[in-house]
Design a protein around this ligand. Structure first.
Ligand code: ZN
Ligand code: ZN
Ligand code: FE
Length: 761
């Protein structure tokens, strides 16, 4: 018999006062699931308990069979621990402070789509068609309350027909703030690369489509910013785009016209299909089918492709007219925010794009496309922006007003207002002045939208993160929070978990209070703070920061730890891939650096261990984007099916080392021996993943905790996450992993905020 699960669904949309709760009640009773449904200020909340397949049916039928006048703008699902509800009830509505929820941008609904392609409709081929069930929200709001004069639609006066719809309670466009039509709403223009108008409206759209058919590159103003679009089958155009974006190998996202077209090129499960077509319409990572027509340069050497469906009428028109998939990547240079303004786009993208497709509805703030993946059957958001931001995470209790500034990479900021945590859209890495300016602007924007006065600022402990420096300039009380502790608290917040739990916090880099670089941590989360129970055995990173881009340096660090100076003379290691990747002169310098410990910081980073293994097996020595080596190792390992393990041990704490250490030496020697015996990379990679998960299980056993929380960038790796869940669950542990908040540094702000709330509680 299957075990019981609890699913919480937060449904936002036209679901209040349309018979939604009685419908939910009848469905729950019919399917014999237990729990409750209630109205709240933040939407309809449903909790159901039952077997996994019952819950799946409930969830699907909820969407399919909802009352005729209802519609769902967003449906957030979170899997929680069962609490043993005896029956199903319609609960009295939850009260609490009425915090205004700003909705995210919602993908075009089927009704609007039908109108756009209906020649008899007055909105036939109108790219800005929307209704109360779909269209722009977060990307057009200037201030609350959400009324047209407070949006970027304020410059457009509704025509008589639109006004009538807007004022008719029976109409689908009743109080649809961005309501518009060809007569009164925003319009398109095609521009050349100098900003000279070429054609307007339908003719402009046709001109751009002509360019795309001819293999040219278009900069298209969309919902939250400009996208660079081009024929995804055209290798030459893809090469041009790569040179311009200074992006050698990082995969580009694709936009396909329909789910059927995606399924022709890519492997799509039922859960993935649902995710692709959800109101959020994120980019989803999908396995490639061999016979795809996509140019190899879109995702070189990558067995996965990142795909999404059109999410505005404009994108639907383009994709349907063209009938081939487009590369759709954000219009920016590396580490700069996505372009939102026409003039700026001409300046920044004019040397690449052959044509611009612009419109006159201003974008209030940059919002990138979101990225999500299915992990162990559940949605996991890896980049939280369009379609999700700024939906809150419910805190479950009143919080002091805190602003948390996040980390350095994949930056986001978070703000608590009463019992909700509002998380900003993904802002990217704080590597450029433009990115930093966008970060500052977003922090101010979030605070002013909710009219909040933060009492405290939370940030990372790293003194040189720009976000930390911003916190210190604020003049408010600053609470620095340890990086890996914040990761775990972010995941705990998703499940409303109370301590104690064991947190496994694995990523590339985070500031450790002992002056070393942490990243392979096992933290016991206590009522106040945490205890570092265990970590990966530390090793040196020759060249420090340089090791992030060069996995071969991490490999050298491991070998140095095992062999010391002999590593450079042992004949057996002469055929070792990381050693061969350096010149003799470089090796001399590295030997000196390691011997004298010059710029060779100590790390317990799991991310660097992945890099080192990718280097040892010859998958990658130098990377061109963050996490590339680990990603390639994951993909390679996913193709093997084995339960093999490498030998490993846990080293007991002593006076000098107060934490358990997970020793990887047996893994390294095992891999070197496997390589000599011709074992495939896939089998080696898979055995490596298996061993890490066995290490997690043994450490969890030692901890005495029954609940294990997985967080940190390493858990974007599906093979690692799913294997860890399986191994730990089989051993009787309750396992928690990220769902609505990213496991990577995009989740730090939420965790920092929770840490600060505990501290000032
Ligand atoms: Zn609609
Ligand atoms: Zn109109
Ligand atoms: Fe991290």
């Amino acid at each position: 018999m299957q075990s019981q699960e609890r699913l919480r669904l937060v449904v936002r949309g036209a679901v209040q006062g349309v018979g939604f709760r009685p419908f939910v009640y009848r469905l729950a009773v019919e399917l014999r699931v237990r729990g409750w449904v209630a109205n709240s200020a933040g939407g309809v909340i449903i909790e159901v308990e039952g077997q996994a397949d019952q819950l799946e049916v409930f969830r699907n039928r909820l969407e399919r069979e909802r009352p005729p006048n209802s519609s769902i703008y967003s449906l957030e699902e979170v899997h929680l621990d069962p609490v043993g509800y005896p029956d199903f009830q319609i609960a009295t509505s939850t009260s609490g402070l009425k915090t205004t929820i700003i909705l995210p941008d919602i993908a075009t609904c089927p009704d609007c789509l039908a109108e756009v392609f209906d020649p008899a409709n007055r909105r036939f081929r109108y790219p800005f068609t929307n209704c109360t069930n779909c269209g722009p929200r977060f990307s057009i709001i200037l201030s609350l309350p959400y009324d047209r004069p407070n949006t970027t639609m304020r410059a457009f006066e509704m025509c008589e027909a639109c006004r009538a719809e807007y004022e008719d309670p029976a109409d689908r466009r009743f109080h649809a703030q961005p309501n518009a039509c060809p007569k009164c709403g925003p319009s398109l223009q095609a521009w050349d690369r100098t900003g000279k108008p070429l054609a307007s409206g339908e003719a402009g759209l046709q001109a751009v489509e002509q360019c795309l058919r001819a293999g040219q590159i278009a900069a298209v103003k969309g919902l939250g910013g400009f996208l660079l679009m081009l024929d995804a089958r055209n290798q030459e155009a893809v090469d041009r785009l790569r040179r311009f974006k200074n992006r050698e190998e990082k995969p580009f996202a694709l936009m396909y016209g329909s789910p059927v077209e995606i399924a022709a090129d890519l492997e799509v499960s039922g859960a993935e299909r649902r995710l692709l077509g959800s109101p959020a319409s994120p980019i989803v990572l999908l396995g490639r089918k061999r016979e795809s027509a996509i140019a190899p340069g879109v995702a070189p050497g990558n067995p996965y492709l990142a795909a999404m469906l059109p999410y505005t009428p404009l994108h639907h028109l383009l994709l349907r007219d063209l009938a081939f998939p487009l590369v759709a990547t954000s219009g920016n240079l590396k580490d700069e925010p996505i372009c939102t303004d026409e003039g700026e786009a001409i300046d920044r993208l004019g040397s690449l794009a052959d044509i611009f497709l612009v419109h006159n509805r201003p974008i209030a703030r940059p919002v990138d496309d979101s990225v999500a993946r299915i992990m162990h059957g559940r949605e996991a958001i890896l980049r939280r922006a369009r379609g999700y931001a700024p939906l809150p995470v419910p805190a479950g209790c009143q919080l002091p007003t805190i602003l948390a500034l996040g980390g350095h990479l994949k930056s986001t900021v978070a703000l608590s207002v009463s019992d909700q945590i509002f998380v900003s859209q993904h802002l990217g890495d704080l590597e450029t002045e433009e990115a930093l300016e966008n970060f500052r602007h977003t922090s101010r924007d979030l605070v002013s939208l909710y009219d909040a006065e933060p009492e405290v600022i939370a940030c990372d402990m790293h003194p040189s993160y720009l976000s930390t420096q911003e916190a210190n300039k604020s003049g408010l009380r600053v609470l620095p929070v340890q990086h890996h502790y914040a990761h775990v608290l972010a995941c705990m917040a998703e499940y409303a978990l109370e301590p104690p739990v064991l947190g496994i916090s694995w990523d590339g880099t985070g500031f450790g209070p002992d002056g070393t670089i942490w990243g392979g941590e096992f933290l016991e989360i206590q009522q106040q703070g945490f205890h570092r129970l265990a970590h990966l055995r530390p090793f040196r990173l020759p060249g420090g920061e340089a090791a992030v881009k060069e996995p071969r340096r991490s490999a050298l660090g491991l070998l140095w730890e095992i062999h010391g100076g002999d590593l450079f003379v042992t004949p057996g290691s002469a055929r070792c891939a990381p050693l061969e990747a350096f010149s003799g002169r470089e090796l001399d310098l590295l030997k000196t650096a390691l011997t004298r410990q010059i710029n060779c910081p100590i790390t317990s980073s799991a991310g660097r261990l992945f890099d080192a293994v990718a280097s040892l097996v010859g998958i990658r020595q130098i990377t061109s984007f963050e996490g590339q080596a680990a990603m390639e190792l994951e993909f390679c390992a996913s193709s093997a099916d084995t339960d093999r393990l490498y030998p490993f041990c846990l080293i007991e704490p002593d006076e000098r080392q107060p934490s358990w250490r997970l020793d990887w030496e047996g893994i390294v020697t095992g891999i070197l021996s496997d390589l000599q015996h011709g074992v495939t990379r896939a089998v080696i990679g898979r055995s490596f993943h298996n061993t890490l998960c066995a290490m997690m299980r043994d450490t969890a056993r030692k901890s005495g905790h029954s609940r294990v929380v997985l967080s940190g960038g390493c858990f974007q790796n599906r093979l690692l996450t799913e294997t860890a869940i399986r191994v730990l669950t089989d051993d009787g542990f309750q396992v928690y992993w990220h769902q609505r908040i990213p496991p990577n540094d995009g989740g730090l702000a939420v965790g920092q905020l929770m840490a600060a709330a505990r501290e000032i509680g």
